[in-house]
Write a protein that binds this ligand. Structure first.
Ligand SMILES: [Zn+2]
Length: 237
């Protein structure tokens, strides 16, 4: 424990240097880091479930991962947990705040087999295509194609609902991978949408902030009627 405390003190000092005046960002990273050494852990982040709208962590501007910690075991653990949760819930994107960690990390993956569950016409209209697992630390997004498309979108942190949201056709994402290597990728169609959605999470934004409100719906509203309301939306898997 003493060793950890020394490491922590060193780390906090490094952060204060790194962030300078950006005290809130430092606080955010520090708070998360300190939790790792808490002896009385109950259920603390990184979670195995998705945080839900209302959780303050989803409304915070997430802190950048200090460069000297990109390859740390702690960040590696956060990434591992993000990928685990992403795959467990069969979704296509996740941002660290969604497992309760207010840091700028996103993971995206669009597997070919999602195609099986969707009509071909939907797949084509939404310009869906395979995207191998992509993890980016401190990502930055640039819009490369300003054409907008409106499609239904959901979010695991607004479980049980969806709405149509306008997103840009093309984006460029840059960021660090878990080895600290600078990555750059061009995305279009649905994958560009995933990227824009996940980047919003890092700035404390949710799709409900800019959805077409008239299309907002409970994804199981019909089942609610056919089953006389006996429907449950699980928050675990
Ligand atoms: Zn989301």
């Amino acid at each position: 424990m003493l060793k950890h405390q020394i490491q922590l003190t060193k780390l906090v000092k490094t952060h204060l240097r790194y962030f300078g005046s950006s005290q809130s960002r430092t606080q955010s990273f520090k708070k998360w880091y300190q939790q790792l050494w808490t002896t009385e852990r109950t259920n603390l982040p990184p979670y195995e479930h998705f945080t839900q709208v209302g959780d303050p962590v989803l409304r915070q501007v997430a802190a950048a991962v200090p460069l000297e910690h990109v390859k740390s075991p702690e960040i590696e653990a956060v990434i591992q947990q993000m990928v685990k949760v992403l795959r467990k819930f069969d979704c296509v994107g996740i941002a660290a705040p969604q497992i309760g960690v207010s840091l700028r990390i996103i993971a995206m993956e669009f597997k070919k087999d999602i195609k099986r569950d969707l009509p071909q016409a939907t797949f084509e209209a939404r310009k869906m295509s395979e995207l191998p697992l992509t993890v980016l630390i401190n990502p930055e997004l640039t819009i490369t194609n300003y054409t907008k498309h409106k499609h239904p979108e959901g979010c695991m942190s607004v479980r049980g609902f969806s709405a149509e949201v306008e997103r840009y056709e093309g984006v460029k994402l840059t960021g660090l991978d878990k080895l600290g290597t600078r990555n750059e990728l061009e995305l279009s169609g649905w994958n560009a949408r995933i990227a824009q959605h996940e980047m919003d999470h890092l700035d404390g934004k949710l799709y409900i902030d800019h959805m077409d409100r008239s299309t907002f719906m409970c994804t199981c509203w019909e089942t609610v009627n056919t089953k006389s309301g006996r429907v449950e939306i699980p928050f675990y898997k």
